[in-house]
Write a protein that binds this ligand. Sequence first.
Ligand SMILES: Nc1nc2c(c(=O)[nH]1)N[C@H]1C(S)=C(S)[C@@H](COP(=O)(O)O)O[C@H]1N2
Ligand SMILES: [Mo]
Length: 250
Amino acid sequence: MILTRRKLIGGIAAAGGLLSGCDKLDQSPGFKKILFKAEDAHRFLQRSLSNRAALAHEYRPDQMSPVFRTNGTNNPGTPEYQAHADSRFANWRLQVDGLVRRPLALSLAQIRSMPTRTQITRHDCVEGWSSIGKWHGVPLKLVLDQAGLRSDARYVVFHCADLFGGQPYYESVDLIDAFHPQTILAWGMNNQLLSVGHGAPIRLRVERQLGYKQAKYVMRVEAVDDLRHVRGGKGGFWEDAVDYEWYAGI
Ligand SMILES: Nc1nc2c(c(=O)[nH]1)N[C@H]1C(S)=C(S)[C@@H](COP(=O)(O)O)O[C@H]1N2
Ligand SMILES: [Mo]
C-alpha cells in the first residue's frame, strides 16, 4: 500500500477538524508544525504498512536500459584489488563471519556454483537517475544459511574494497531484507560477469531500496547484533557521512 503525503496530510488535517480551506490552513501558525508531524507520521506509516516481504517489480528484457551508468567508485584502484582483477579473482575469497556458527571463505567459483537467481529490476539512485538492468547472483539467504546465523544476529554488514574520500565504503541491512528473495550477491549483470565498474567480483542487490544500499566490491559479509559498533555507527557510508536514511525503501 502506498500512501501519498498529500492524502495523509489531508487525512490528518481532516481528522482534526482543521481542513476548512487551504488558505486558512496555510495562514495558521501551527501549520508548519502539523506539516512536520505529518511528514514523520507519513514515514512511520509508510514503513509499517508497506509489506517488507513484497517483491520489487521485475521488468521484461526489452525494458532494459541500453546504458547503465556507473556511480560512486568505478574501480577501487588499490594494489590488492588490482591483483585480484588481473587474475580474474581466482584467489579472491568472500569472508562471511561475525555472529555465525561457521565462518566461510567462499571463492567466486563456489559462489557461482550455488543456485542462481536472475532478476531485471530498476536501480534508483538518490541523485535522480534510474536504470533497468539484469542481475545474476546467489540469494544472500543461501550464503547466510550455509554460515549458520547465530540467534543474536540482527543485521548483515557488507564491507567493500573501495575507499570513498578516504573512508571504506560499507552498507548494512536488517534480517528482513537479508532474507528477502530478491536480495542477492550478484556476480553477473546483463548476461555477463560483473564488470569492475559495477562492483566485481560481487555486489549486493537489495531491490526494495535506493542505489547507495547496493554495495559494490563486497569483500566481507559480517553478521552483527548492533550497528552502533560498526564504523560511524549509522549502518552505512552515506548514512555516516551525510545522514542519508539507513532504511532507504522505495
Ligand atoms: N563499494 C561501493 N558501493 C557503492 C557505491 C560506491 O561508491 N562504492 N556507490 C553507490 C551508489 S550511490 C550507487 S547509485 C550505486 C551505483 O551502482 P553502479 O555503479 O553499478 O551504477 O552503487 C552504490 N554502491
Ligand atoms: Mo546513488
